[in-house]
Design a protein around this ligand. Sequence first.
Ligand code: NAP
Length: 438
Amino acid sequence: MRHLAIIGSGPAGYYTAEAAQKHWGDEIRVDIFDMLPVPYGLIRTGVAPDHQSIKGVSRRYEATALTENVRFVGNVAVGRDVTVPELQSLYDAVVFATGAPNDRALGIEGEALPNVFGSAAFVGWYNGHPQFAGLAPDLSGRHAVVIGMGNVALDVARILAKTEAEFAGSDIVAHALDALRAAAISTITIVGRRGPHQIMMTPKELGELMHLERASPRVAPSDLPPEADDALLEPGLRKSVAHLRSFAAIPESERADKSVEIDFDMFASPVRLLGKDRVEAIELERTRVEAGRAVGTGETYTVPADLVISCIGYRSSPIPGVPFDERAGRFANDEGRILPGLYCVGWARRGPTGTIGTNRPDGFGVVEKIAEDMDGGALGPRGKEGRAGFDRLVEERGIEVVTFRDWKKIEEAEARAAREGAPREKFVDVEAMIRARE
Ligand code: NAP
């Protein structure tokens, strides 16, 4: 028997467990640890609450979770309840599937002003992540600024723009729905430091902005390159740019019916955030794109900003003693191998890029690396204790483990508490989650 510890129960963690089962069959025991009492990582706390069909992928993870050789070990924080060296002594291999939970900093003046948030915090707030449930953003101002031209910026802008009715069927948490219902936001400026041909937004997600009840997107026609240039783009980006072109073509008469504007401010790089007691405006510098890079022109201007959410990417959390690539914000690794016995997968390996599905080949790839090391003798002989050894630590330390069976009770309680038409009302604090299993 071989023993695998996976830290993190998001897509990368579960695909790795699935790959391990396929590779070793009944010869492997997998423990998937999560610091929260609930599984699925970004599927629960990252994917937008109004994108329920994407969340359906968790049924596949549940199928893996319910097999005999895979076990969910919730409410256990590696570093607090158990150390990495302890896990290494108990399991043949330890895999970090810990994602990239920290916001990249803008690194500009004013970033610490109240009502300026990174997307990890803001998305965590409306998705009920216990760490961010108490964020309490002030949505009473008219102007919101969203920095970045990726899908997270799109999620955030869309959530700010939607009416209460448009959240029907979503699992947005009650505290966020209440705050959004009372919000006064009428302009959402999406700031991009490069132009239409460099956006990271994917066409399906961008197209949603055309169908919002009270909001309409605006792109300045002068920001669009000649249409003939679109032919050189890869098909996905070409479709996204076609959406931008249709946003630019919306007649003013159609906009008149809408009370919220989503304004794309391209070729604009954040210089500083301004304000006294909280953020009031953002200073931007006009850019032009040279050889694919944003170059400042020296021309600056300010845009009102009562709320700022920076959606410019994420970093993984380093773990003392584990090699980390500071510049890239992820573990230092070679195709998922940090050292023989220690691996990483998903965003912890690649950085915050790609779709949920990208994690599947990633999971299979890391299992190949582990198998290579195992077969080559780098992981030593069989005989590690695995879960029996961990269970002994649980007893000794009084760690309160939440099992998959417990999670199913939490899940049922969340479904019972759902408002009409919603799939669930999430518990937003750890204690409430733990109590719900009783
Ligand atoms: P992303 O796609 O990498 O976009 C980040 C954006 O931030 C880029 O436009 C980037 O501009 C900009 N940026 C970075 N540093 C900046 C700075 N200092 N100042 C101004 N702008 C800056 O990242 P993401 O939106 O966080 O998404 C992460 C991953 O999750 C992506 O793969 C995304 O597709 C995926 N995701 C998918 C969905 C979905 O499918 N529905 C939803 C959410 C997220 P430059 O290009 O100029 O660097």
